[in-house]
Design a protein around this ligand. Structure first.
Ligand code: PMP
Length: 359
């Protein structure tokens, strides 16, 4: 047998493997998973029924065009159907956007730290990442990002709210930034956590995209709508960009179960958004309790909070785990803690308080 292995693209060398949030241990002392920004509520009964019915037909391919879902979304957002493209989670759509715009020699620009998939999908495309540090307040530095645009920049991600810090960019700053971006550079407003925003100054990307052909909005059913395991997200973009997304899509990537669950979730939106309201209440409670304990916590508009722990990150995550909650450490930087059910948040707050007392 030959020793030689198949020749792989050099661009793949050194790509960090996407690190999922650690699962909660089964049967062990750890009970709660606050490491992946998931929705802690189980699927709504109506959604579950619809998916169960769809499961009876999974010998068939799904609807390639996700017709029912796309029609529902078009109505919901008051956008033309050809401005919509679905994908395998919004991370799938983000990957398609990079593929469609950037290759070797091109640059993809984003804030850092931000969503950890951005460097991975950029490198897979063979393009170069340009990372602009967050400000001291852990917010996107939009002026520095605009300054970092070159004639090689093809795509800019603006993660709003930002994962993992939960911080937001507001209307005036974002509009000023968009006005500075050349018309041939695509700006992707990643709004995975849109439904958790309560700050009225944070613009809705779907409003911003309408008269800006180079703006694309990413949304997902994984967070507020609680369908993380089914993998469905979508983009709202002008026709050329949406058409490019249809070209770069994995055929039949979004299962019929996912499509049907997404439609059922949109129809059960009142109930789902009620749950989001409860999580937003818990977010306020967690934030206030952490501040009371003496922590500095950036204000979060998402379903998680961020503690910049530096070299104490690993110890803090281990202490949480011993107390029964798995959180998401970013080595040497900080810990992201998803807002979960009240009991999970209580356990976390107790662990955080005890850790604080040792400092
Ligand atoms: N964007 C951001 C900012 C995220 O945090 C996530 C989930 N971690 C995603 C996109 C992708 O989510 P999904 O693929 O499940 O839609």
């Amino acid at each position: 047998m030959s020793e030689q292995s198949p020749r792989l693209r050099e661009a793949l060398e050194g790509i960090p493997v996407y690190k999922p949030g650690k699962p909660a241990a089964v049967g062990g002392p750890v009970a709660y998973k606050l490491s992946s920004n998931e929705n802690p509520y189980p699927p709504l009964p109506g959604v579950l029924e619809r998916v169960t019915a769809a499961a009876g037909a999974f010998n068939r391919y799904p609807d390639l065009a996700a017709t029912e879902l796309v029609n529902e979304l078009a109505e919901r957002f008051d956008v033309p159907v050809d401005h919509l493209a679905t994908g395998t989670g919004s991370v799938g759509v983000a990957q398609q956007l990079v593929q469609a715009t950037a290759g070797p020699g091109d640059e993809v620009l984003y804030a850092w730290r931000s969503f950890e998939a951005y460097p991975i999908i950029t490198q897979v495309s063979g393009a170069t990442s340009v990372q602009v540090p967050l400000t001291a307040e852990d917010v996107h530095d939009l002026d520095a990002m605009a300054d970092a645009i070159t004639d090689r920049t093809r795509l800019v991600f603006v993660c709003n709210p930002n994962n993992p810090t939960g911080t937001v960019v507001r209307r005036a700053a974002l509009e000023r930034f968009l006005d500075r971006v050349p018309a041939d550079v695509l700006v992707v407003l990643d709004e995975a956590y849109r439904e958790f925003i309560r700050d009225p100054e944070v613009p809705d990307g779907v409003r911003l995209y309408r008269d800006r052909p180079n703006v694309c909005v990413l949304r997902t059913f994984s967070k507020a709508y609680g369908l993380a395991g089914l993998r469905v997200g979508f983009a709202v973009a002008h026709e050329p960009v949406a058409a490019a997304l249809r070209k770069t899509a994995v055929p039949f990537g979004v299962s019929q179960l996912a499509q049907d669950a997404a439609v059922a979730s949109l129809r059960a939106e009142d109930e789902l958004l009620g749950r989001v309201g409860a999580l937003v209440g818990e977010r306020a409670r967690v934030h206030a309790a952490l501040v009371e304990q003496g922590w500095t916590v950036p204000p979060s508009q998402a379903n998680f909070v961020w503690l910049r722990l530096g070299d104490r990150t690993g110890d803090f995550a281990a202490a949480c785990e011993r107390a029964g909650v798995v959180v998401r450490p970013f080595a040497g930087e900080g810990v992201r803690i998803s807002v979960g059910e009240p009991e999970a948040n209580d356990l976390f707050l107790r662990a955080a308080g005890e850790f604080r007392a040792t400092l």
